[in-house]
Design a protein around this ligand. Structure first.
Ligand SMILES: [Zn+2]
Length: 75
């Protein structure tokens, strides 16, 4: 099954300023976190929690959209 949307995680800081080119995480983004006056933040499952607290402009309570199927852990 192909991945039709291969956006990468921008978490947990949101790729602002000197990090605008991306972050240390190169996992596929699975969630999109809505932010005030900013682009939605794309994050992988690992960085979803941290990004809610660390990224700028995150709404509270958070508004999160699932944008891709979460990778399954090995059986
Ligand atoms: Zn990540």
């Amino acid at each position: 099954m192909g991945v039709h949307r291969s956006a990468l995680c921008r978490g947990p800081y949101g790729g602002e300023g000197h990090r605008a080119g991306g972050t240390d995480c190169s996992d596929p983004a699975v969630f999109e976190v809505a932010r005030h006056n900013r682009q939605p933040l794309l994050v992988c499952p690992v960085h979803l929690g941290p990004s809610l607290l660390l990224a700028a402009g995150v709404l509270w309570p958070p508004e999160i959209r699932l944008i891709a199927r979460a990778p399954r852990p090995p059986a």
